[in-house]
Design a protein around this ligand. Structure first.
Ligand code: PLP
Length: 399
């Protein structure tokens, strides 16, 4: 079948909740993907950072195959031999005492919200049903009804009310606004160390450290959503490390399974995660042996292949190359590690047309928020492959 026919089928039978580039992929390897007509492209999006380890990493494929043939799912009604090892390895790697496994990033965030509320009632002494969580304008934490309740993007919300109460929204990057928003009912501040979907928005230097200090001062939990920023994307294991900050609750997802399978997790201390009692929270697939086995290997690949250091090193190289592009369309370039947003001027006519032009050049990336071109290749990319990409990005932006 030709690409056109797949697209027609998808448009007929699949809900139109996305506007993908019209490229129909059938195979991937490392940073490269091939479409159904045999055309090769470089993947410069990496599934929004879920593919930090690259497509079809041989070690992940092997573990996936082996574990699928052994034991895929037990449900949490029984124990399995992979969950305890993932829990231990993830906690040792990140320095947290406990973890709770889920599947998608949104579920990790939902878990963090429930956990913070439970902590608020049972530890902080907030009166029943009065807990407040502070969130930021421009946030992206997933698509569930509760999470979109505190989204500021109208597209995410319109037509989906009524919304879950208990959330307050403040400007991102404004520590004074955080302190001013805290009340005796505030249980947590939920924040992305760098806002990914908003267009790779970096807060002012020192913001996270200030937020940490403010949360400590007011007995409020700091929840860092590292679903996209974590696991090497910014050149550190967790993006909050750039400011020496540790969230009380951390959400991980995306690259936790190297793109093989949905695996997410919440990390926290025993004082906090220990508040969940049997029956209070769960997931049929969360903690399944297939997901756990592949996540264990995905973490080992990240560390053993030096992908975190590579992101820092090649990210600086990419940033320099992007900054050297002389284009009337570039308004601002920002990012950290192999995660760069190119904000275009209003005259550029939107980022979509540049993403489409890059597709014709054999490079796949995606616009975010109309006027930002997002660069986030798999972290396994080489310097030569980056040069290959930069040649095309520069050409398209200079046209
Ligand atoms: C992608 C993302 C999520 C949601 O993850 P899903 O797996 O799509 O549910 C949550 N938070 C952040 C910061 C994300 O980038």
């Amino acid at each position: 079948m030709r690409a056109k026919e797949y697209i027609a089928l998808e448009d007929q039978y699949n809900a139109h909740n996305y506007k993908p580039l019209d490229v129909v992929l059938e195979r991937g390897e490392g940073v490269w993907v091939w479409d159904v007509e045999g055309q090769r492209y470089m993947d410069f999006l990496a599934a929004y950072s879920a593919l930090n380890q690259g497509h079809a990493h041989p070690r992940l494929v092997r573990v996936m195959r082996e574990q699928a043939g052994k034991l895929a799912l037990t449900s949490r009604a029984f124990r399995n031999d992979q969950l305890p090892l993932l829990a231990q390895e993830l906690c040792e790697l990140t320095g947290y005492e406990m973890m709770l496994p889920m599947n998608t990033g949104a579920e990790a965030v939902e878990t963090a919200i429930k956990l913070a509320r439970k902590w608020g009632y049972s530890v902080k002494g907030v009166p029943d049903n009065r807990a407040e969580i502070i969130t930021c304008q421009g946030n992206f934490h997933g698509r569930t009804t509760t999470i979109i309740s505190f989204a500021s993007e109208p597209e995410y919300k319109q037509g989906f009310g009524p919304f879950t109460p208990g959330f307050v929204t403040i400007p991102y990057g404004d520590a004074a606004a955080l302190e001013a928003a805290i009340t005796e009912h505030t249980v947590a501040f939920l924040v992305e160390p760098i806002q990914g979907e908003a267009g790779i928005v970096l807060p002012p230097a020192g913001y996270l450290a200030s937020a940490r200090a403010i949360c400590d001062r007011h007995h409020v939990l700091l929840i860092t959503d590292e679903v996209q920023s974590g696991l090497g994307r910014t050149g550190k294991l967790l993006a909050a490390e750039h400011e020496g900050v540790r969230g009380d609750i951390v959400c991980l997802g995306k690259a936790l399974s190297g793109g093989m399978y949905p695996v997410s997790a919440v990390l926290a201390s025993r004082d906090i995660l220990g508040l969940f009692q049997p029956g209070t929270h769960g997931s049929t697939f969360g903690g399944n042996p297939l997901g756990c086995a592949v996540a264990r290997e995905a973490l080992r690949v990240l560390v053993e292949e030096g992908l975190i250091e590579r992101s820092a090193e090649l990210g600086a190289y990419l940033m320099q190359a992007v900054q050297q592009i002389d284009s009337p369309y570039i308004q601002q370039v920002r990012g950290r590690g192999l995660w760069i947003g190119i904000e275009l001027t209003p005259e550029a006519g939107g980022a979509r047309r540049f993403a489409e032009a890059l597709q014709r050049e054999g490079l796949l990336c995606k616009e975010t928020h109309k006027n930002v071109l997002r660069l986030s290749p798999p972290l396994v990319i080489t310097r030569e492959e980056l040069d290959w990409a930069m040649e095309r990005i520069a050409r398209v932006l200079q046209r």
